[in-house]
Design a protein. Structure first.
Length: 189
């Protein structure tokens, strides 16, 4: 859904909500649209209502915690993520808790979350590399970003991250080469 479609859909769902038609589908679409257009605080409020309306569904509780995280409310997001428990996808929950730990500069908490993710997945390898980078271990971070790139194929974000590690280690030639590969080609008309 594009941002403009999300804005239009949000306008329609807002009318339904104002008319008193508070239904699961309407709230779910409203929360999705608000997230899509970057209104994370409002999305969090919507997902909180959904989580209360449908307590058996852990997905809404997880979306609530994710929206709080994106709204920058880290403490609230951490509490909401803990409350999700086993009602939602544990991999997405662990990834969210890892992101919260990373934002809080909590390396130990981040490492604990990594243990709950698939060890050879590109995103797990990249997350571990981010923790290494934050700890100042640029060689391990570089190796982690390169392992993630091997697992995922060429991704500009991984190439750029690896380039930054090479730069921090003083290997300017490798940093320049990787950064050039990370940048999209420039088309001149």
């Amino acid at each position: 859904m594009s941002a403009s479609s999300a804005r239009q859909s949000f306008g329609l769902t807002s009318l339904l909500l104002q008319s008193g038609r508070v239904e699961r589908a309407t709230l779910s679409l409203t929360g999705h649209c608000l997230s899509r257009i970057g209104e994370y605080a409002q999305a969090a409020d919507t997902y909180k209502r959904l989580a209360q309306l449908c307590p058996q569904s852990g997905q809404y509780a997880l979306h609530y915690a994710q929206a709080l995280f994106k709204a920058g409310r880290l403490d609230d997001a951490a509490r909401a993520a803990c409350a999700v428990g086993g009602r939602a996808d544990t991999q997405h929950l662990a990834a969210l808790q890892l992101a919260i730990a990373h934002e809080r500069a909590d390396a130990d908490g981040g490492r604990a979350c990594l243990a709950r993710l698939p060890p050879d997945a590109a995103d797990t390898l990249a997350a571990a590399a981010c923790l290494d980078y934050a700890a100042g271990d640029y060689a391990s971070a570089r190796d982690g970003f390169e392992a993630a790139a091997d697992a995922a194929g060429m991704r500009p974000d991984l190439a750029y991250s690896s380039a930054v590690c090479h730069f921090r280690l003083g290997d300017l030639a490798a940093a320049t080469q990787l950064a050039a590969g990370a940048a999209p080609p420039c088309v001149i008309f």
